[in-house]
Ligand binder design. Structure first.
Ligand code: FAD
Length: 424
C-alpha cells in the first residue's frame, strides 16, 4: 500500500481535466469520484498497463492514456519491414479498441511537464490531474554520442530506432544504393533498447543486398567489444553472408566520426564514402521522465516489486525508460512489467497487498529466411532489482527445423503482444 489508503485516494483523487477541450470533457475522463490513473506513452509498456488497469478495474478506476501519435508503429519487427518481408501497415496499430472495449480515455497529445506536488501532467493542449501516474515514454537519444551526428541529420543518416518514418528512410536508402555500394551501421554503446536489434538489422540488410546488390559491402563500426547473441550472429554472417560484412569492434568513439553532408565515416584514420548509413546513438529515458525529475543518470530507477519510481511514490515507470535491473529493454519486457504494474496499482487502490512479481522476456532475432534465434529468461523481484532467475539461448548449429520453429514462434509473439496491447 505504500502508506496510502483507498479512502485517501478517493478523497484526494477526483479525476479532473483542467482546462481541457469540450471533447475531452465529454469523453468521461475525470468524471465521478474515482481514482484517476494517467499513463503517458502508448507503447509496449503504456498501452498494456492502460488496458489491464481499465480491464481489471472494471469501471472502478478512470484511466487516461496520453500518446503523442494517433497510430503506434512498432519498432519491434521494423527490421522485417526494412528487409522487405513485412508491410508497414502490419506494424501500425490503432488505439480505438482501448476506448471502445475498456473505456480508456485516449488523448493524442504530448506531455510536456509534470508537477509532482500538485499531481498534474501538463499536455500541450490541456492539463490532467492524477492520483497515480505511469510514465512509459520509451527512449530518447544522447546528443553527441556519435561525433558529427545530431538529430537534425536523421534524414541523411537515419537511426530507425524509434517508431515513425525512420524505418522508411533507411529502407529507401538501402534500395537506392548503387551496385557495389557501401552500407555502414554504427550500433550504440551503454544500455540501449533491443540489444540484438543492430545485429539482426545487419542480417536483414545483408539478406536484402544479397539478391539485389550482391557486390555491396556492409561496415559495422561498433563501440563495444561484445554484443548480444554474438556467437549466433557471427555464425549466421559466416554461413549466409560470407564476404559481405566487415566487423569493426571496440571502435574508439573519441576518434570515430561521421559526416552526414559528405556521406562519409572516419574509421581508424580512413575516410570511407558510404551510400547508406544507419547511426544508432546512445540512449536515455524519454524526455518527459527527465522533466519529471525521476531520472537518476540516464534511466528512471524503480522498485522491482511493482515498477514504482524510487524517487516519487505516485509515479510508476515502465519499459525502456526504467532502470529496473537485469531485464533487457524490449517490448516483451515492457509488456511483462506493465502487467505486474497494473496488478500492483489495482491492489494499491483496493488497499490489498500486491501479488508477488514475476517477469519474463524473450528476444527473437531473424538471421536468414526461416532461420531465427532467441534468448530469454525468467526474473523475480529482489529488494535491489529485478533479478534474473534462469535463462536460455539458442545454440549454434541447431537444425533447420528448430530454427524454423523459432521463426514461427516470433511471428506468434508479435500477434499476441499487439493483441494484448491494443485489445485486438
Ligand atoms: C529495430 C528494433 C527491433 C526491435 N525488436 C524487438 C523484438 O523483436 N522484441 C522485443 O521485445 N523488442 C524489440 N524491440 C524493442 C522495443 O521496440 C522496445 O523495447 C519497446 O517498444 C519499449 O516499449 P516502451 O513502452 O518502453 O516504449 P515505446 O514502445 O517506444 O513507447 C513509447 C511511447 O511513448 C510515446 N511518448 C513518448 N514521450 C511522450 C510524451 N511526452 N507525451 C506523449 N507520448 C509520449 C511515444 O510516442 C511512444 O508511442 C526492437 C526495437 C528496435 C528499434
Amino acid at each position: 500500500m505504500h502508506g496510502t489508503t483507498r479512502r485517501a485516494f478517493i478523497g484526494a483523487g477526483i479525476a479532473t481535466l483542467v482546462g481541457g477541450s469540450k471533447a475531452l470533457g465529454q469523453s468521461g475522463t475525470g468524471r465521478g469520484n474515482k481514482p484517476h490513473v494517467v499513463v503517458v506513452g502508448g507503447g509496449a509498456g503504456g498501452a498494456t498497463v492502460a488496458r489491464h488497469i481499465a480491464e481489471g478495474g472494471a469501471g472502478s478506476v478512470d484511466v487516461t492514456l496520453v500518446e503523442a501519435n494517433k497510430t503506434y508503429q512498432s519498432c519491434f519487427f521494423s527490421n522485417h519491414y526494412i528487409g522487405g518481408f513485412r508491410e508497414l501497415r502490419s506494424l501500425s496499430h490503432s488505439y480505438d479498441n482501448l476506448g471502445s472495449k475498456y473505456s480508456v480515455a485516449v488523448i493524442h497529445d504530448q506531455a510536456i511537464d509534470i508537477d509532482k506536488d500538485a499531481k498534474k501532467v501538463e499536455l500541450k493542449n490541456s492539463t490532467l490531474r492524477y492520483d497515480i501516474l505511469v510514465l512509459a515514454p520509451g527512449i530518447d537519444f544522447i546528443e553527441g554520442s556519435v561525433r558529427g551526428w545530431s538529430l537534425a541529420d536523421q534524414d541523411r543518416m537515419p537511426h530507425a530506432y524509434k517508431g515513425g518514418l525512420q524505418a522508411q528512410v533507411l529502407r529507401s536508402q538501402i534500395d537506392a544504393m548503387p551496385q557495389g555500394g557501401v552500407f555502414a551501421i554504427v550500433p550504440p554503446s551503454g544500455i540501449y533498447r533491443c540489444p540484438p536489434g543492430p545485429y539482426e538489422r545487419v542480417c536483414i540488410v545483408a539478406n536484402r543486398l544479397k539478391t539485389t546488390n550482391p557486390t555491396a559491402k556492409i561496415i559495422i563500426a561498433d563501440p563495444k567489444p561484445v554484443f548480444s547473441k554474438m556467437g549466433l550472429f557471427r555464425e549466421a554472417w559466416k554461413k549466409h553472408y560470407k564476404g559481405m560484412i566487415e566487423m569493426n569492434s571496440d571502435v574508439d568513439m573519441t576518434k570515430f566520426r561521421v559526416d552526414p553532408k559528405e556521406m562519409t565515416i572516419h574509421l581508424d584514420g580512413e575516410i570511407i564514402k558510404v551510400d547508406a548509413c544507419n547511426v544508432i546513438p546512445d540512449q536515455k529515458a524519454g524526455t518527459i521522465a527527465h522533466v519529471a525529475g525521476i531520472v537518476d543518470d540516464n534511466w528512471a530507477p524503480v522498485h522491482a516489486e511493482d515498477m514504482r519510481s524510487k524517487l516519487d511514490e505516485n509515479i510508476y515507470v515502465l519499459g525502456d525508460a526504467s532502470n529496473q535491473g537485469d531485464m533487457p529493454k524490449s517490448a516483451y519486457a515492457a509488456n511483462s512489467q506493465a502487467k505486474v504494474c497494473a496488478s500492483a496499482i489495482l491492489a494499491r487502490l483496493e488497499g490489498k497487498a500486491a501479488a508477488p512479481a514475476r517477469y519474463r522476456n524473450t528476444c527473437w532475432s531473424w538471421v536468414a529466411a526461416n532461420d531465427s534465434v532467441k534468448i530469454g529468461a525468467n526474473y523475480t523481484a529482489t529488494p535491489e532489482k529485478i533479478a534474473k532467475v534462469d535463462g536460455f539461448v539458442s545454440r549454434r548449429r541447431e537444425s533447420a527445423d528448430i530454427r524454423q520453429k523459432t521463426y514461427s514462434e516470433s511471428l506468434d509473439w508479435y500477434s499476441d503482444i499487439t493483441s494484448d496491447m491494443f485489445a485486438i
